[in-house]
Design a protein around this ligand. Structure first.
Ligand SMILES: NC(=O)c1ccc[n+]([C@@H]2O[C@H](COP(=O)([O-])OP(=O)(O)OC[C@H]3O[C@@H](n4cnc5c(N)ncnc54)[C@H](O)[C@@H]3O)[C@@H](O)[C@H]2O)c1
Length: 321
């Protein structure tokens, strides 16, 4: 049913070219694809090229695919032009359900039959987004993490009307394109990682709202603490080690009862002006003299260093470096 094999894809279309769409563009260019982008914002092309330029040193450090070039990016003026010759489409428009519904229907109408269209949505189930499309079988979620050009994970999941073959095609395609894929059997709002991130995030907001911890203390508590473990061993296995030689069994018997303690408030706090100001001011203070561009460069280098230190750079994974 799919017209191009995952290994034969050469031309990718990215629709929506903000933080995530631009990150996808940078990733696909670095992997040697021809990329066509469309974004309705007036200054979109300039911003996109700036983002790609900022990402390029990190991507060069990781190792560009043969023939990879920023010159293989074409920015076009209409959605139809963007999709006409696409062999794969990645949608990264704003996270608004109505917008996603009608945009995905437009993309479906403009893209050659049999070409898979993936949405970067952070949490909407595809079942809720594919309702207006004429051929919803090729629509699915391909959820990346910021920045998509450095964080390997993509969560792939279809909706009720998605063909299983499209999900299998997309999972294989992303792997070929250098990503690490979790193919989910069933839909779940927020998928896997964002459900976990969100639990932590709600608690962080509550602590700031109640004056229980500062933005800096919250960030330090993760980067100087559990975050170091999570870069290479997930929360379940690291907790198994918290049970010593007794492993997860002892850990659950020992600490299970305290799960009932009121340690967390899973309902989100009200995002009122005071909390918004406290978060923004706290982040400004934590950033100090560093601009957003400085922080992006720092984060990119940090991710590369962690990947290298844990043997997960592309060349290391293949045993080549
Ligand atoms: N920011 C993240 O960390 C992150 C992570 C994973 C997934 N996502 C998801 O990626 C998507 C994009 O988020 P973002 O953070 O890049 O947002 P963003 O605001 O940085 O970018 C959105 C872009 O979409 C463009 N746009 C507006 N209307 C459009 C339309 N009708 N068609 C096409 N493009 C349109 C805007 O001009 C803008 O450039 C969302 O679905 C979001 O949930 C975000």
């Amino acid at each position: 049913m799919m017209i191009t094999a995952p290994t034969d894809v050469r031309r990718i279309t990215c629709v929506g070219a903000g933080v995530i769409g631009g990150g996808w563009v940078a990733h696909f260019l670095a992997r040697g694809y021809d990329v066509t982008a469309w974004d309705p914002a007036e200054d979109a092309e300039e911003k996109l090229r700036r983002l790609v330029d900022a990402a390029w040193p990190a991507l060069t450090q990781l190792g560009l695919a043969e023939g990879a070039s920023r010159e293989r990016l074409t920015v076009v003026g209409t959605l139809e032009e963007a999709c006409a010759e696409a062999q794969f489409v990645q949608e990264s428009a704003p996270e608004k359900l109505e917008l996603k519904r009608s945009l995905l229907a437009q993309l479906d109408a403009a893209t050659p039959a049999g070409v898979v269209i993936a949405s970067s949505t952070s949490g909407y189930p595809m079942t809720d987004m594919q309702t207006e499309a004429v051929t919803p079988g090729r629509l699915l979620v391909g959820h990346p993490f910021n920045p998509p050009y450095l964080i390997p994970l993509v969560e792939v999941v279809g909706g009720e009307a998605t063909d299983e073959a499209a999900v299998a095609w997309a999972s294989e395609f992303y792997e070929v394109a250098g990503k690490s894929v979790i193919t989910m059997e069933r839909e779940l709002p927020g998928f896997i990682a964002n459900r976990l991130q969100e639990a932590l995030w709600r608690e962080a907001l509550h602590m700031v709202a109640n004056g229980e911890a500062t933005v800096k203390e919250i960030d330090d508590s993760i980067t100087e603490g559990p975050g170091l473990r999570w870069a290479f061993m997930g929360p379940c296995l690291t907790f198994a080690l918290a049970g010593g030689e007794g492993g997860m069994g002892h850990m659950l018997d020992h600490f299970g009862p305290s799960l009932k303690s009121p340690w967390t408030r899973l309902e989100a706090p009200e995002l009122d002006k005071a909390l918004r100001d406290a978060m923004v001011d706290g982040c400004d203070e934590a950033a100090g003299d560093r601009t957003i561009a400085d922080l992006v460069a720092e984060r990119d280098q940090g991710v590369i260093d962690v990947l290298r230190a844990t043997g997960r750079l592309p060349g290391q994974r293949e045993g080549g470096q």
